[in-house]
Design a protein around this ligand. Structure first.
Ligand code: ARG
Length: 457
């Protein structure tokens, strides 16, 4: 590729270090698409005549087909996908014509563009995997419309909530991830092709023509930025890591819920594993792998950011390290999302157990305090009085609803038997009826809002 000024070839150690075909070969199809677009702009400015363009495009089509079939693969001596495909083109159209395609472009603007093309496609399939996971959560929420569960803070019983409300909380987080991917695409839809090595081209080539042919909205406005920036990759890696974190948080709950102690869910056989020694075991490996792979996705992001942090403008070879983290993130999510969505869709919820536990652990104490507030007591005092009821119930080893009306009036004459209205899970749930609350009617409205946003992405 650069024989002229060198008197010898690279050392084996350099060639081995430099080589990236094992990583960047997945961009071969995009590289050829870029070459077709580039051939057309060379033709537009007269650097290829009609016949040369036709032969060039036919050669690129033949090469593309051979790459797709596996008839053409990178050779041991090829450094990267661009060099290898130039060799493949020259084998098909000869060195005279094949050697013309490199005019006005550099591997620096090529690779920056191909990565964005690849990630834009990958983002679409990641988004559909996330949407399938949201569907699984929504399906379970709809199937358990009125089921209650203990809502927790600090992992302690806090207040009763609807199971649907809890599941939809995860759905909203994942929906924002999808929205992030959509928003990210506006920044990814800008093509660096035409930036050359760093300074643009002197050949009068139109970067926007290439951009349009490759499905971008426009070409970059700064060739240095086009070749040297990888924030678009890093942003993708961040969203991928966030998806990993969101899946991990769901998974951690599934792991807890599937324990004997919680007994909230049973995993489907198809989404659980056994033990080679303990015959009884049914393990939540999908959820554990999701939790584990979140660490890997975070690693992809931080590794990429570490690669970028010290780089002066413009292109530096360090940037070759940009691809493995984002490819790994794409591959990881491609494995993970179908497994997690399948696991969620097939969970069996033990709603009786969840409902029984929902009000326990004095989870209605806030309802008692808020009942007092509605009766005109300042919250500070109401909190105190409800706390005294908790203390009394705890000392007797009973729950708040086990205390008698007399017990309550002995604590304060502000209590009355009316309090019983809120001393139940149902009373507690239905009272939280504002937008975003856990009342059944509010959760219905929430589902409508969620569907509207899902329809909009
Ligand atoms: N393989 C390189 C990369 O992935 C692109 C080639 C640019 N190399 C160069 N020496 N300028 O970033």
């Amino acid at each position: 590729m650069w024989g002229g000024r060198f008197s010898g070839g690279p050392a084996d150690a350099l060639a081995a270090l430099s080589k990236s075909t094992h990583v960047d070969w997945r961009l071969a199809h995009h590289d050829i698409a870029g070459s077709r677009a580039h051939a057309r702009v060379l033709h537009t400015v007269g650097l290829l005549d009609d016949d040369e363009l036709a032969r060039m495009l036919a050669g690129l089509d033949a090469l593309d087909a051979d790459v797709a079939s596996g008839a053409y693969v990178a050779a041991e001596s090829d450094e990267d996908v661009h060099g290898s495909l130039e060799r493949g083109l020259i084998e098909r159209v000869g060195p005279e014509l094949g050697g013309r395609l490199r005019a006005g472009r550099s591997r620096n603007d090529q690779i920056a563009t191909l990565g964005r093309m690849y990630l834009r496609e990958a983002a679409r399939s990641v988004a559909s995997g996330v949407l399938a996971t949201i569907d699984a959560l929504v399906g379970q929420a709809q199937a358990h419309g009125s089921a209650a569960m203990p809502g927790r803070t600090h992992l302690q019983h806090a207040q009763p909530v609807l199971l649907a409300h809890h599941l939809l909380a995860h759905a909203w987080a994942l929906l924002r991830d999808v929205q992030r991917l959509v928003d990210w695409d506006t920044r990814a839809a800008v093509s660096p092709y035409g930036s050359g090595a760093l300074a643009g081209s002197s050949l009068g080539l139109d970067p926007n023509a290439v951009a349009t042919e490759l499905g971008f909205a426009s070409a970059v406005h700064n060739s240095i930025d086009g070749t040297a920036s990888r924030d678009v990759y890093a942003e993708f890696a961040w969203v991928a890591a966030m998806i990993g974190v969101d899946l991990s948080r769901i998974s951690e709950e599934v792991i807890l819920w599937a324990t004997k102690e919680f007994g909230f869910v049973t995993l489907d056989d198809a989404y659980s594993t056994g033990s080679s020694i303990m015959p009884q075991k049914k393990n939540p490996d999908v959820a554990e792998l999701a939790r584990g792979k979140a660490g890997r996705l975070i690693g992809d992001l931080t590794g990429l950011l570490a690669t970028l942090k010290g780089l002066p403008l413009a292109y530096n070879r360090d940037l070759q390290e940009d691809k493995e983290p984002v490819f790994d993130a794409v591959d990881t999510l491609a494995l993970l999302l179908p497994a997690v969505s399948g696991m969620i869709a097939t969970l069996t919820f033990h709603t009786d157990r969840m409902a029984e536990l929902a009000p326990q652990g004095f989870a209605l104490a806030t309802d008692v305090a808020e009942w007092l507030v509605r009766a005109g007591v300042p919250f500070r005092q109401a909190h105190e009085l409800s706390g005294e009821a908790v203390k009394l119930a705890e000392s007797r080893g009973v729950e708040l609803w086990d205390l008698s009306d007399d017990d309550y009036t002995a604590i304060s004459d502000r209590f009355s038997p009316d309090l019983r209205q809120v001393l139940s899970t149902e009373g507690s749930l239905t009272s939280r009826s504002g937008q975003g609350g856990t009342a059944p009617a509010a959760v219905d409205a929430q589902l409508t809002a969620l569907h509207a946003q899902l329809d909009a992405v």
